[in-house]
Write a protein that binds this ligand. Structure first.
Ligand SMILES: *Cc1c(COP(=O)(O)O)cnc(C)c1O
Length: 398
């Protein structure tokens, strides 16, 4: 097919015309169960009536208004997000990368105020923070970085889930100002750190006057089984949280939340966004927040995710070639001993949308509104696909 699109994506040969909840339909009328949610975006499912209604109503009144004026919907959204997260102020933007850019600028500005003129941010191996120049520098994946050098300075990388290497940095260096980390690594393969990791990071940050900044772009808004993934722990309250993906259930909106000193860093003129926090996007995000509260979606994600994980352990736990099954809320990762990118198109043929990340991890991010029938379909379908995928190799080997 001739195309005028830049070739940033190798697209699967299907296009969807509409959706409802966890279902999607293609233009041939074929139905698919969506276990990807647009990569953790449509947490409420497709065409959620509350979001649709909020968008229609707001579009009739006012789509855009510059941040040079007061925007009450933005105030209300900031208040709701702060109430759920323990933060104090919000800055709104349009994507995850932009939210992380805001956090990186905030950390640097905070350091400069304290007299650190060459501040360095600690980031992790195997992480993902976005595709802008600062966030791809922070991203610990050579495939994201290669060809775009020179990268930025001001980052130091350590292994994920390893407090010892951060303690060592704290002993050796005076220039560090913040730690930026995903509470569960998403693109990296659904990697859940040890229970003491985030509280440990909080303690080290406190001891050294560093900001703890959590990239909850993928884990946030109920995906992890809490409103925010750090809430699985006591004593892990961060200074900064970045959000995007599920915040507008598909309407582009991102946020950088902060508390304490970090919340007071930005002043008029220090940062901004033309579209950020416009009335249309904020109306969608407010509808998302209210639906999550009313339908207790974080709790639902926790319950469904735990059931799915135990189902997969039962069906796949002793299948040769399955090396790990990881889960937090409705983030599920099934790691195989070999690359399995082909599973994505095999699943598509069976009417299932799944994802493979880090080469060999089947990643499932279904909507938080999955019903019992869909849960069974997903469990049975994905288990069968993975068994069939692993089987021929096992026969050859024996
Ligand atoms: C998706 C993602 C991003 C980037 O978000 P964009 O909206 O694509 O810029 C950043 N961090 C994490 C953890 C993500 O999963």
């Amino acid at each position: 097919m001739t195309t005028h699109l830049m070739q940033t994506y190798a697209r699967l040969p299907v296009h969807f015309s509409h959706g409802s909840g966890a279902w999607l339909w293609d233009t041939q009328g074929r139905r698919y169960l969506d276990a990807l949610s647009g990569i953790a975006v449509c947490n409420l499912g497709h065409a959620h009536p509350d979001v649709t209604e909020a968008l229609c109503r707001q579009a009739e009144k006012l789509v855009h208004c510059s941040n040079l004026y007061e925007i009450p919907l933005q105030e209300r959204l900031a208040e709701a997000l702060c109430a759920h997260s323990g933060m104090e102020r919000a800055f709104f933007c349009n994507s995850g990368a932009e939210a992380n850019e805001a956090a990186i600028k905030l950390a640097r500005a905070h350091a400069h105020r304290k007299g650190n003129r060459n501040p360095v941010i600690v980031v992790m191996e195997n992480t993902f923070h976005g595709r802008t120049l600062a966030t791809l520098t922070a991203t610990g994946n050579r495939r994201v970085q290669a060809g775009f050098e020179p990268l930025l300075t001001g980052f130091v990388r350590v292994p994920f889930d390893d407090l010892e290497s951060i303690e060592a940095l704290a002993r050796d260096r005076q220039d560090i100002c913040a730690v930026l980390v995903e509470p569960v690594q998403g693109e990296g393969g659904v990697r859940v750190p040890a229970a003491d990791y985030l509280p440990g990071l909080r303690r080290i940050c406190d001891e050294n006057g560093w900001l703890l900044m959590l990239d909850e772009v993928q884990t946030g808004m109920g995906r992890s089984g809490r409103w925010f993934a750090f809430q699985h722990h006591e004593d892990a309250l961060p200074d900064v949280i970045t959000l995007a993906k599920a915040l507008g259930n598909g309407v582009p909106i991102g946020a950088c939340l902060a508390r304490g000193e970090a919340a007071e860093v930005f002043q008029p003129g220090s940062h901004g966004s033309t579209f950020g926090g416009n009335p249309l996007a904020c109306s969608a995000a407010l509808a998302v927040v209210h639906a999550m509260e009313r339908d207790r979606l974080p709790e639902r994600a926790d319950e469904i995710g735990a059931r799915l994980a135990s189902g997969f352990r039962e069906k796949l736990g002793d299948v040769e070639g399955v090396t790990a099954i990881r889960q937090r809320g409705l983030m599920l990762g099934i790691e195989l001993d070999r690359d399995c990118g082909d599973l994505v198109s095999q699943a598509l043929e069976e009417g299932l949308l799944i994802n493979v990340t880090a080469g060999n991890v089947v990643r499932l991010l279904p909507p938080l509104v999955l019903d019992a029938e869909q849960e069974t379909l997903l469990l049975d379908g994905v288990s069968r696909l993975i068994r069939d995928f692993l089987q021929p190799m096992a026969e050859c080997a024996s």
